[in-house]
Every structure is written in structure tokens, then in C-alpha cells.
Design a protein around this ligand. Structure first.
Ligand code: AMO
Length: 445
């Protein structure tokens, strides 16, 4: 007997393979997602890791008789015959005529929410988050994080193909890398340490070893405000590359990675994309605008009065997103040359105008999803900038080993996984694209 769903010779079999089993008896494992009693027969929908499979129970199919203990969310092993049926939804219009149901476990209680509809419409976000271990069993909810897997996988695959080495940097650190007030302090056996705000200091160090490195890992930000785009722990997709000619090399690498990711989603995650109505952008070339030109544009074209000439507020980002769409038919826009005062100590100033930096942000549909740029690689220049930023270079002696003992021109970026997912889904809150969000009000589940 073949065992499908699950495992055939240690290989996951998607149900596009169903036709290969036409007329055969198979066994599948999964949850009873829904039972619909009809006259003389019942539909039993089995939820497996990525599919829902229509099975049909009727006394005439075998000697097996339905066990009244069976209920939704029971874990079962169903044996039956694969038949084509014009009524079957999905799975190439195949269904399984049940010959036997082996109960593997029964739930102790009924679920507190209905998860067996397509989505969780009408359930409040806070309830969805409170009940994450079970709300994610809903097909649409689980599709969000399958899609997110695709994004991270695409990032990893593209960079691996381009000569990057995957690294794992420590998350308990001697200093915060990004400055600002949003660093988590931690008592470490009587010594003050910090949770990593980014892998910045380590990915730079490792450029001195592997030339091109990347990391996909959690980072921590003590965000004091409850906003729809900030988390206190998020997944940062970082890369750093050495021997660059310009910070535009970084932007080109990111453009390539994004194209690869979007293509992967369209091909290997097509079912999730369709279920979620995810709007996968077409990327050809990403337009680019200098920070001060963008400010000018906002003031003249959009008659917007900026509150801060050194950074953008969310409304300005949204206006720039609209501008990119209208003028260039692009969902993305790079903004380059941010003011030096607003960028971290490791950022290279523009030699032509040191008030500004060789840095950029990438906006996706009006939301910042990436920061990046060229770094200072000269030792004296880095020490000088640290002092200018009010830092004590001695405390950063291990970081400065890169510069002291020779560093190539280099740069990199950090891309927020949840923010990218959020805007692919058209979600309003980044928590919708976060499996187990942490924010000022939430550390559970
Ligand atoms: P930055 O601090 O701008 O840059 O962060 C990079 C990207 O991370 C995401 N992000 C967040 N996502 C959710 N919640 C938050 N609180 C949050 N903060 C940031 C955003 C943002 O664009 N070391 C640099 C990157 C580099 O230059 O390599 C850094 O971390 O998508």
C-alpha cells in the first residue's frame, strides 16, 4: 500500500500527484478539517501539511463503519481508493473513497474558533494572535507563513548562487549596533549586555573572511510605541559584500534577489499566492531618487510640509510609493544619499558631499523594507566617525579589528522579512505577517 500525503520514500508528495494514484488504494494522514453530512454519505475533508483533501464516506465503499467518536481536529490515518470526481475541489478533481479510518488521536475539547472556513474572517487580530498555535491551522493563515518561507528561501537561494556564505552571528552582544534608544539591555551575570539590533558588526567582520556573507535571523528592537509596522523581534535578512565598486552594487544585488524571490513565489508557491490573493510585483528596473530630491518633490509636487528634513515620516514614504507607481509603474523605489546625521556610525559619507551618505532605503508600496549602503573601511576614518558620534572606539576594539587589519571596500543591507510579507499580502498590520509577534503589549504565545 502506498502512503501518500505525508511520506512516500521520505519524499513529500503534493496532491498534484494524485492522478498517479488513480484507482489505487492509498493511505493519508492528517486532521479531519471538516465533516459535511449529506444524505447517504459524508464529505470528510482531511487537512494535511499543505493541502485539504476531499474524502467521501459511504457504507457501500467498504465494510468499514463510521466511528461516532470522530470529530473535527481528530488526527487520523485514512485508507481509501483514489477516484476522479467532477465534484472534487482542487487536487486535480480527485477524491478518496474511504475504506478505513484509523484514529490516531482525538481532541480533548472543541476549538474556540472556527478554523475550517477558507479564512478567519470576522475574528479579531488579537484573538488570532492569542490563539496562534491553532489559528494557524486555518488554510489562509498557514498560507501566509508558507509564503514567508518562500521569501526567505528565495533570499537564501539567490545569495548562495552568487557566492555568499551563510553566517550565524551572536544575539547577545557587547554593544548595540544601530544606536538609538531601542536597544534591549540584559543583565548577563552582573554585566550589562545587549540583544542584537542587527548582525551589523559581525557581518562586516566576516566580509574580511568570506567576502560575501548573509544571515536570516531574529533581531531585537525595544520599540516603545505600538505601531502597525514595528515589532520588538523581527527576522532580518541581511547581506554584506566586499570588493564593491559602489553602493549601487548592493542595490543591484538586492534587485536580483527580489526578482528571484518573486519568481519563486509565482512558481513554487502559486497555491498560496492564489489563496491569499497576494499581489506579486513585476520587477524590471527599480527607480532611484536622491533623498533631497525626494524631499523637494514632496514639497513641490505633493505640497507636503515635512516635519523632519533628515528623515521621512510614514506619510512621506506613502507619497513616494505612489509617485514610483505613477511615474515608473514600479512597486519599489530606492531612496539614496540619506543625511549623515541620521545614519549609523558605520555608514560611509559621500566624498562629494559629506553631509550625505552613500546609503539607501528601499520602499515597497510606500513602506521602508530595507536600509543599506557602503560602510567605512578605513581604520582612521571609522575611529574619527565614532568619536564624532559620541562613541568610545575602545569599546569597539573587536569590531575595529576589521578596519585595523585591512578591510576591502564593502557594503550591505538589512531587509525586514515581516514588512515585505505584509505588503505582498496587502495587510494593514505587520503582526498579520508575524507568526508569534512580540511588541510592547505582547510576549505570548
Ligand atoms: P534598519 O535599522 O533600518 O537597518 O533595519 C533594516 C530593516 O529592518 C526592518 N525593521 C523592522 N521591522 C519590523 N519591526 C521593527 N521594529 C523594525 N526595525 C527595522 C525594516 C528596515 O528597513 N544594519 C542596518 C542594515 C544595513 O545597513 O545593513 C539596519 O538594521 O524593514
Amino acid at each position: 500500500m502506498d502512503k501518500i500525503n505525508g511520506i512516500i520514500e521520505n519524499k513529500y508528495t503534493a496532491f498534484s500527484d494524485f492522478k498517479n494514484f488513480d484507482g489505487q488504494e492509498v493511505t493519508i494522514c492528517g486532521y479531519i478539517h471538516r465533516i459535511r453530512e449529506m444524505t447517504g454519505f459524508s464529505f470528510v475533508i482531511i487537512r494535511t501539511s499543505r493541502d485539504t483533501i476531499q474524502c467521501v464516506y459511504a457504507p457501500e465503499f467498504s465494510d468499514y463503519r463510521w466511528d461516532e467518536k470522530l470529530c473535527e481536529e481528530a488526527c487520523v490515518e485514512v485508507t481509501g481508493k483514489v477516484v476522479s470526481s467532477k465534484d472534487a475541489k482542487g487536487n486535480d478533481r480527485y477524491e478518496i473513497q474511504i475504506h478505513n479510518v484509523n484514529i490516531l488521536s482525538l481532541p480533548a475539547e472543541m476549538l474556540p474558533i472556527v478554523i475550517n472556513k477558507k479564512g478567519l474572517d470576522g475574528v479579531q487580530l488579537n484573538t488570532i494572535l492569542d490563539l496562534r498555535p491553532i489559528s494557524m491551522r486555518n488554510p489562509k493563515e498557514r498560507a501566509i507563513f508558507k509564503l514567508q518561507e518562500g521569501i526567505a528561501r528565495g533570499f537564501r537561494e539567490y545569495l548562495s548562487k552568487n557566492g555568499f556564505t551563510e553566517i550565524r552571528s551572536p544575539k547577545i552582544n557587547f554593544a548595540g549596533a544601530e544606536g538609538g534608544t531601542n536597544v534591549f539591555k540584559l543583565d548577563y551575570f552582573g554585566k550589562q549586555v545587549y540583544l542584537a539590533q542587527s548582525p551589523q558588526l559581525y557581518k562586516q567582520a566576516l566580509v574580511g573572511v568570506y567576502e560575501r556573507v548573509f544571515e536570516i535571523a531574529p533581531v531585537f528592537r525595544a520599540e516603545h510605541h505600538d505601531t502597525s509596522r514595528h515589532l520588538n523581534e523581527y527576522i532580518s535578512m541581511d547581506f554584506e559584500m566586499g570588493f564593491i565598486n559602489s553602493f549601487t552594487d548592493i542595490m543591484n544585488m538586492e534587485t536580483g534577489a527580489l526578482k528571484y524571490i518573486m519568481n519563486l513565489l509565482k512558481t513554487e508557491y502559486a497555491e498560496e499566492v492564489a489563496l491569499l490573493h497576494a499581489d506579486i510585483p513585476e520587477i524590471t528596473e527599480i527607480p532611484c531618487i536622491k533623498f533631497m530630491d525626494a524631499k523637494e518633490l514632496l514639497m513641490t509636487k505633493f505640497k507636503y510640509k515635512p516635519s523632519d528634513m533628515k528623515d521621512f515620516d510614514p506619510e512621506e514614504e506613502q507619497l513616494l510609493g505612489k509617485y514610483a507607481k505613477k511615474e515608473f509603474n514600479s512597486d519599489f523605489i530606492f531612496v539614496t544619499h540619506y543625511p549623515s546625521k541620521k545614519r549609523p556610525f558605520y555608514t560611509m559619507d559621500d566624498p562629494n558631499d559629506p553631509e550625505y551618505t552613500l546609503s539607501f532605503d528601499l520602499l515597497f508600496r510606500g513602506l521602508e523594507i530595507t536600509s543599506g549602503g557602503q560602510r567605512i573601511h578605513d581604520y582612521n576614518m571609522q575611529v574619527e566617525k565614532m568619536v564624532k558620534c559620541g562613541m568610545n572606539p575602545e569599546e569597539f576594539a573587536t569590531y575595529l579589528m576589521l578596519h585595523k587589519y585591512g578591510a576591502p571596500p564593502h557594503g550591505g543591507l538589512g531587509l525586514g522579512l515581516e514588512r515585505l510579507t505584509m505588503h505582498l499580502l496587502g495587510a494593514k498590520n505587520v503582526r498579520e505577517a508575524t507568526m508569534f509577534p512580540r511588541d510592547i503589549n505582547r510576549v505570548t504565545p
